[in-house]
Write a protein that binds this ligand. Structure first.
Ligand SMILES: [Fe+2]
Ligand SMILES: [Fe+2]
Length: 270
């Protein structure tokens, strides 16, 4: 049976259960990598991903104002924090497979697909790390309501690869670099070392996802001879609702190829 990378992506997207989704994601990532290393490479192919990925019945999806507040000074607050991160990570697994399938008809170097498969594999590990921490704390993913609006950025940018790169890795995942150190501190103060280690792994690996975003965004701008900074500002203003909020992690953003003149101007409404 011939399969394609785009079909593999759709299989992950249409798997509902979190642990099952991440297991299939890791398996497909390993299969893809082996085919790239040893050949013959699995063809990218084309496929039509679902508009929304399959998700488990729980967590119940709620408006952010109805999601429990994260009071980090309490064990319940820390569970809520881990639950929110688990939800972000599961969403990220789908986002990376979605970019592969949805834009599979755009001619791109194979390295584009290698990067997003690798990012999807990282997110799968991140979801499992968070789910493990929740279970060790006597909870589980699905026990609390979760943010309903997570897939909105994908829907907003479903027709435009450059907009997807600008909003998802270069705005949303970059935001993760800004807030994760504070989160690590919360768990360090509570002496919850497994969560500290898990979040440190996430923090270290997220830099590369932002870097893949800026790399391919710059690549596509270069292909059409456009100024990346100007295009970035236009696309974020069009597709991302709200302004960017400092403080920024300027060091990690720089590691990921995001210079200050990309994000500072977006802290103000125009
Ligand atoms: Fe992640
Ligand atoms: Fe990520």
């Amino acid at each position: 049976m011939t399969t394609t990378l785009a079909q593999m992506a759709v299989e992950v997207l249409t798997t509902a259960d979190g642990r099952a989704k991440t297991a299939l994601s890791r398996e497909h990532a390993a299969t893809w990598r082996a085919s790239r290393d040893d050949g013959p490479a699995i063809p990218v192919g084309t496929a039509k991903p679902p508009m929304k990925p399959a998700r488990p019945d729980r967590p119940e999806l709620a408006h952010p104002r109805d999601v429990p507040r994260r009071k980090p000074g309490t064990p319940e607050g820390r569970i809520a924090l881990l639950h929110a991160v688990a939800h972000i990570e599961l969403n990220a697994v789908d986002l990376h497979w979605d970019i592969i399938a949805r834009f599979s008809d755009v001619p791109l170097p194979m390295g584009f697909f290698d990067d997003w498969v690798s990012a999807a594999e990282d997110e799968s590990k991140h979801f499992n790390l968070m789910a493990d921490c929740l279970e060790a704390a006597g909870s589980h993913y699905g026990a609390l309501p979760a943010h309903a609006g997570m897939w909105r950025a994908a829907e907003e940018t479903a027709d435009d690869l450059m907009a997807r790169l600008a909003v998802v890795p270069m705005v949303l995942e970059a935001r993760g670099l800004d807030v994760t150190p504070g989160m690590i501190e919360v768990f360090r103060r509570a002496k919850e070392t497994a969560a500290v280690e898990a979040l440190e792994t996430i923090y270290a690996e997220e830099v590369s996802h932002v870097a893949y975003g800026s790399k391919w965004f710059n690549f596509l701008c270069g292909r059409t001879d456009q100024d990346p900074k100007v295009v970035f500002h236009d696309l974020v203003r069009k597709h991302f609702h709200g302004v960017l909020k400092p403080p920024f992690n300027e060091e990690k953003r720089a590691d990921a190829g995001l210079p200050p003149d990309f994000y500072w101007p977006l802290t103000e409404d125009v």
